[in-house]
Design a protein around this ligand. Sequence first.
Ligand code: AMP
Length: 487
Amino acid sequence: MIEDDKMTTFQSLGLTDTLLRAVESEGYESPTPVQEQSIPPLLAGRDVLGVAQTGTGKTAAFTLPVLQIMGRNKPRGKRHIRALILSPTRELAAQIDERLGAYSEHMDVRHRVIFGGVNQNPQVRALQRGLDVLVATPGRLLDLVGQGHIDLSRIEFFVLDEADRMLDMGFINDIKKVLKLLPNRRQNLLFSATMPKSIATLAGSFLNDAVMVDVSPKEMTVNRIQQKIMFVRKADKRRLIVKLIKEQKVKCGIVFTRTKHGANRLVKQLDQSHISAAAIHGNKSQGARTKALAGFKNGSIPILVATDIASRGIDVEGITHVFNYDLPNIPESYVHRIGRTARAGRSGVAYAFCDDSESGYLVGIQNLIGMEIPVETQNPFHFEGAIPKPGQKAGEMKKKSSQKNKSNDGKPRQHGYKGPRRSNSNNNNRGQRRKPKDGKPNNSNRGQNKKSQSQGSDSNRSRNNRNNRSRSNDNSGNNRRHGGHRR
Ligand code: AMP
């Protein structure tokens, strides 16, 4: 651990000139906390267990030392895979590979990303030419191992990134299979945004005397994000989001929905309101996802509508607004979502819409982040009925029998809704428990009900971990350069 924060430079962490040049051309002035804490032990050959989310600079934290050690002792003979980086999603994998390219700019290192959903042939050809570093999603990796295209027996570095999301997505068996293919002597790195027991167990199964680096997402990002909650009927959410996007002239915003269907529907609805938006979720082909992301990054599509899984690893600087159109049923997802804004030291606004079926989710989120999210007073659709009741438990609300068979297709429910009304700008905190004093976070409920939400939701877990294996030939797999990351 570095003791004097102010004095820490990339140089003082022990990086070579080659890497210092790369870091400099990226415009990084000083290391982020996860880099400060991870790079020295990694350079010393230690295993590292990092609690850090995307946006903290963790990719450089693990890539730079791995590249440096690889450069120190180059093996003779044909290139072989020396480092394996495993990532849960294609977007994150592509992004890691893009960063690898930037950091190894002045080195003779061949790297490549492989993932499912695209033609495997270009990937196989790259493997046959020889690689030093392989970035992969588990499904495609095991497919190609099974076909004899990948040999993992000489891996020196194994990086498991976003381990918690890996488990949520049901990749545990794939991870175990991969571990069996690796040689015993190797350096291990595990990064995870959260540290539930399942991750601690996984870490214990393959890390050796690891150094723990904990960069809490609360401290890293939440403080720079202006969070706002808006209580609203489900049927009014659409009008509310249109109003906010138009009034605030949002040019780079991301909207989260719980379902893929919900994302598609919202894109259509925004389009009807003359707001250009694109959806990004697991049912979209890789080509469509790449196109949507590219349009979002170059500014031609101002609004991206995403589900949680697809949003992992989306690293677009300059996102000014995050809208939680639906509240996530997993509290940690809220932290990941709002972390899409306020990147690289900037600030951002994160709105959360809470309808009457979601107030239990809000309780879970507030318990996790240890504060009540301030209520946005400018809300003409304000709905008192969505405010959590005193003593309400975290988690899913039990559906009332009258609601069970009703579809939520945008029609108001039969409980006295009389159309939009202007709320009194001072009354919006009414009914919320434990008002924050002086605008400061109230930690009184911190820790309560922490365990009331299961860490890995069944909906996530049910996602088949072989999703990546579809064989669509929609694109050549050449998604490595998303561009737009340079600062
Ligand atoms: P990551 O958490 O690895 O996804 O990185 C998030 C973003 O931070 C990326 O756009 C990086 O280019 C950027 N970044 C990484 N390290 C630094 C640093 N030391 N200073 C400024 N930006 C950085």
